[in-house]
Design a protein around this ligand. Sequence first.
Ligand code: ZN
Length: 74
Amino acid sequence: MPYYDYRCHSCNKLFTVRQHMHDEPIEVCPNCGSNTVNRVMSPATFSIKGVACSCNTPKNQQAEPCCQNCPHKG
Ligand SMILES: [Zn+2]
């Protein structure tokens, strides 16, 4: 499943959600509960569909440490 980045315009929190491509986009901020959340299109995230590493996984989820070829690095 791809990861999607969202940003809340109310508290300015950036968070990443793993969801199906056809899932409804997140509308409520998990941080402040506001509904001013917009999806951030991130080419880096899209290019590594399904790959989990500590760069793009929320801290409350298990993830491998950054792999050598991690596109998020540098
Ligand atoms: Zn918020």
